[in-house]
Write a protein that binds this ligand. Structure first.
Ligand code: NAG
Ligand code: NAG
Ligand code: NAG
Ligand code: NAG
Ligand code: NAG
Ligand code: NAG
Ligand code: NAG
Ligand code: NAG
Ligand code: NAG
Ligand code: NAG
Ligand code: NAG
Ligand code: NAG
Length: 835
């Protein structure tokens, strides 16, 4: 009987369903055609498809029309490849690249292979003679550049920044006569900068920062008449600034920070009239700041900190009315703060710290309403703290001065950090200060409440660092400069950088402000500075993904422990719905604990500093593991079933063991993460909701396209059954190896139901052979199909699903390879109907 049925099914299938043909992963229109050569366009389509950079939803036939980052010429040949950088594809995108010979894209003009995890360059790259843009940044490319740059005569933009490239900068770079942008920064280039570069007159942007270059500052290049941006920071360049800045009036950004440039700052610097950013910090510049600096009317950032400057602050700086950042800390600058600085109404950052400045803090500082960051510590300032100075600031450091009088009680709610250590303040500590997460008052002996603690030698009032030709240690300078610069970069988290001697005090603070800064919950060992250091202030290199909001970073803490961080960007944190999602996630995750639910170790929810700290799951998302050929092969049937089980348990726990029940609302293969044991962990609770039994639970539609329960489209009513549907999609996806969208839309059609289940399974791994695996796979597919019922009432609950997966399996009646979808949907495979 069973044999007849199967034969019948096979025949029907052959007749009716030839077109469906088991969800092939080959692009339509490019089926094997062994009899003749593929056309150029087909070859391009094949190669594009084999790269797996775009999601399976994109139809290869439409590649020239609506694929993000793909461009074509009129003939339909690909001219631009710039794959999207979103989370889904951020992991190991290099895997498929090895099999592709890029010479097939012979019309390519614009190629962006940045952030691809590449360890070596793809094949055939050097035959792309038409390239005008080649971006290879943010990869792991090692050794020297393996091809001749002369291969790309048309190149205008060449970016290999953020790799591990060694060796000298090739001289032949000068042959690229059309080069406009050259970015070699963040590599390990050594030797000198080829002077031939000064012949590339088209050059606009030149960045070779953060390498190991030595030799003299190449002043000839500075002279290129088109040059707008010139960044040689963080190298080992020697020499002096030339007095002959002649033909570079175009120059807008000049960053020579962190080299060994000595001598005086030439007066001729005043000729660089278009300069917007000037950074000469961390060098060995001596003498005064020339008056002529006042000619740079367009300047917004002036960084001269950490040099040996010994003249007083020129009053002409007051002419730089566009200035946002004035950083001249860590020098030997004497004198007063000039009254002319009052005109710097756009100033955001004022850093005059660690100099020899005396006199009082001028009252007009309170009137600079843009000012958020004031660093005047380590000077000889006396008198009282001007009223209102704390109104609109985020970070104020006035420590190690001789300030007296009382602490202003007017405190804005943005204030995150206030350091008043080692002054001579008196009176009461205003209670408004309690809302400031980080504040320090040690060693102010005349305060009423008695803040005498001067035990830290650095806190003592007569601290004077200038006695013996003070030159701060590089490390200290770096920390402080880094924290200054970080906060310049609009990333508010920077101000969480704290000196380590404050750590124990912070912990006391954290106890008081537990709701804001619960970062020490885990082991008491995660501290802000560890996180900032471990990610180099959330540098893109540590980014392992980006969601609909926020980016996810990986951070290795000093303890060796790795954590994952989700950080809201500043603009995002100003969006109330993103902010609410963040708070929501904290609220939900601090209330629940389950081995299959991601653990939250801590969080920072100040309006200037917004991130969550999670356990780190090595293997990344289920989606990634299924999309990736190598990982998918490792996921055998037993492992896949275990992942589904874990997910089912987590959801059953949320739905049935939490009061009120929690609905996740965004269950998808992207939000199921795997640890090193391939155990599933449900993550991303940004949209989770506590179900209020007394309300209608009406809501806006959230979730991931392709996983949303169909009834949500018209009822807008959240129930646990919405998660059940999404779970069904994920379970089926895990068994099929790709998103089952096409299958689900045709599920009710007889022709789909007559398909054999074995043809549905991921073809990349051998079909299950042992009895237990067969039973498990059948059960998972059966449950998944039940979860995908259109009517939410018919769907099982997560508790039913979890129970059934746990229960011992009944033997199946039909041979595994004969089971059809119809039979699974109608439960005809077990001896007793379990409905
Ligand atoms: C194979 O390709 C050639 C040329 O592109 C085409 O004419 C032919 O019809 C194709 N054959 C099949 C079976 O697709
Ligand atoms: C892709 O697009 C082509 C032409 O628009 C269409 O014929 C084909 O059915 C589409 N394939 C899929 C899988 O949607
Ligand atoms: C398109 O193809 C035609 C003929 O094959 C060729 O002459 C023309 O140059 C091509 N155009 C582009 C933009 O490649
Ligand atoms: C890539 O393809 C081109 C043209 O077909 C061929 O000349 C070249 O040798 C190939 N490169 C490699 C590394 O196979
Ligand atoms: C290269 O790609 C990176 C990362 O995607 C991007 O930040 C950078 O701006 C690109 N470089 C150029 C010169 O466009
Ligand atoms: C810049 O160019 C001018 C004119 O060619 C020349 O006089 C001057 O010395 C050059 N400066 C440097 C630093 O090479
Ligand atoms: C100058 O370069 C340094 C080191 O690369 C960097 O940290 C700093 O932000 C740059 N300065 C400005 C003003 O951008
Ligand atoms: C400066 O550059 C212009 C072209 O931008 C050129 O005509 C002029 O001769 C140059 N001046 C010097 C002194 O090199
Ligand atoms: C300064 O910037 C303005 C516009 O931002 C521009 O028009 C002007 O040419 C720049 N240069 C000088 C020297 O003012
Ligand atoms: C400043 O430094 C320069 C060079 O190091 C030195 O010649 C000069 O005397 C110093 N000036 C003061 C006021 O200390
Ligand atoms: C602060 O110190 C100055 C002298 O530096 C003194 O004139 C003034 O009276 C003091 N103010 C208070 C409030 O102690
Ligand atoms: C600190 O202030 C007290 C009075 O408030 C004064 O007696 C003392 O001299 C001051 N100390 C210093 C070093 O200014």
């Amino acid at each position: 009987m069973a044999i007849y049925t199967s034969i019948l099914i096979i025949i029907i299938q052959l007749l009716l369903c030839a077109s469906i043909n088991s969800y092939t992963t080959k692009p339509p229109g490019t089926h094997r055609n062994s009899t003749s050569k593929l056309s150029q366009l087909d070859e391009e389509a094949n190669a594009l498809f084999s790269l797996h950079w775009w999601s399976i939803q994109y139809n290869i036939s439409n590649r020239c029309n609506n694929w993000p980052g793909v461009g074509c010429n009129n003939n339909g040949s690909i001219t631009k490849l710039s794959p999207p950088k979103d989370s889904t594809y951020v992991f190991n995108r290099d895997l498929y690249v090895r099999d592709i010979n890029f010479s097939v894209f012979s019309n390519l003009v614009h190629l962006d292979l940045s952030q691809m995890n590449l360890y070596e360059l793809p094949m055939g790259l050097s035959s792309l003679k038409k390239l005008t843009l080649l971006n290879l940044s943010y990869n792991n490319i090692q050794d020297e550049i393996p091809f001749s740059l002369a291969n790309f005569p048309q190149l205008m933009v060449f970016d290999v920044s953020n790799n591990l490239i060694t060796g000298q900068i090739p001289h032949e770079i000068a042959k690229l006569e059309n080069l406009v942008t050259l970015d070699l920064s963040f590599n390990m280039f050594s030797g000198t900068i080829p002077l031939s570069l000064s012949h590339v007159t088209s050059l606009n942007h030149l960045r070779i920062s953060n390498n190991r270059l030595d030799g003299e500052l190449p002043t000839k290049i500075l002279n290129l008449s088109q040059l707008k941006n010139f960044d040689l920071s963080r190298n080992r360049l020697l020499g002096k600034l030339p007095a002959t800045f002649v033909n570079n009036s175009q120059l807008q950004n000049l960053n020579l920070s962190d080299n060994r440039i000595g001598g005086f700052i030439p007066r001729e610097i005043g000729k660089l009239a278009n300069l917007v950013v000037l950074d000469l910090s961390l060098n060995q510049l001596e003498g005064p700041i020339p008056e002529q600096i006042g000619c740079l009317k367009n300047l917004t950032s002036l960084h001269l900190d950490s040099n040996w400057i010994n003249g007083s602050i020129p009053s002409s700086i007051g002419l730089l009315t566009h200035l946002n950042e004035l950083a001249i800390g860590f020098n030997q600058i004497p004198g007063l703060i000039p009254a002319e600085l009052e005109h710097l109404v756009y100033l955001k950052v004022l850093d005059i710290s660690n100099n020899e400045i005396s006199g009082g803090i001028p009252k007009w500082i309170s009137a600079l309403t843009q000012l958020t960051d004031i660093r005047l510590q380590g000077n000889h300032l006396s008198g009282v703290i001007p009223y209102g100075i704390l109104n609109h600031c985020i970070h104020v450091d006035l420590s190690h001065n001789r300030l007296n009088g009382s602490i202003p009680s007017q405190i804005g709610h943005d204030l995150l950090y206030l350091d008043l250590n080692s002054n001579n303040l008196s009176g009461k500590k205003p209670k408004e200060l309690d809302s400031v997460p980080f504040f320090y008052l040690n060693c102010n002996p005349f305060l009423d409440d008695g803040y005498y603690d001067c035990s830290d030698p650095q806190d003592q009032l007569d601290y004077d660092h200038h006695d013996n030709h003070f030159r701060p240690s590089k490390a200290l300078v770096l920390i402080i400069v880094a924290s200054v610069l970080i906060s310049f970069g609009s990333i508010g988290v920077g101000i969480c950088v704290l000196r380590s001697r404050h750590r124990h005090k912070l912990k006391d603070k954290a106890a008081k402000h537990g709701d804001l800064f619960s970062i020490w919950n885990y082991d008491g060992k995660i501290a802000f500075e560890d996180i900032i250091e471990a990610t180099e202030d959330f540098d893109i290199r540590y980014c392992i993904g980006a969601g609909s909001y926020g980016s996810v970073y990986e951070a290795q803490l000093p303890s060796g422990k790795t954590v994952a961080l989700k950080k809201l960007h500043k603009t995002e944190s100003e969006n109330p719905s993103f902010y609410n999602s963040f708070c929501n996630e904290v609220k939900v995750l601090t209330e629940i604990r389950h081995r299959n639910i991601i653990r939250l170790y801590g969080y920072c929810l100040h309006n200037r500093c917004m991130f969550l700290v999670y356990e780190y799951l090595e293997r990344g998302s289920l989606f990634y593991n299924l999309a990736n050929e190598i990982e998918a092969k490792e996921l055998n049937w037993r492992k896949r079933v275990k992942i589904i089980k874990g997910t089912a348990h987590a959801l059953a726990y949320m739905h049935h063991h939490c009061t009120p029940p929690i609905v996740h609302r965004d269950v998808s293969s992207n939000n199921i993460l795997l640890n090193s044991e391939l155990e599933a962990c449900v993550s991303d609770f940004g949209t989770a909701r506590l179900l209020d039994p007394d309300s209608s639970n009406q809501t806006l539609l959230v979730g991931t396209y392709g996983y949303i329960a169909p009834e949500l489209a018209y009822t807008m009513s959240v129930t646990t059954k919405c998660d059940v549907y999404s779970f069904g999609v994920v379970a089926l996806e895990t068994m099929m190896g790709h998103h089952p969208g096409e299958f689900i839309t045709t599920m009710s059609k007889p022709c789909t139901q007559q398909l054999l289940m074995k043809d549905l399974l991921d073809p990349r791994i051998p079909p299950p052979t042992c009895g237990e695996d067969m039973q498990d796979v059948l059960l998972v597919v059966k449950l998944a199909l039940a979860c995908l019922s259109l009517d939410p009432k018919i769907r099982p609950s997560m508790q039913d699903v979890a129970n059934e997966i746990l229960a011992s399996k009944a033997p199946i009646l039909i041979p595994f390879s004969d089971v059809s979808i119809y039979q699974l949907m109608n439960q005809e495979i077990y001896p007793i109907d379990k409905k």
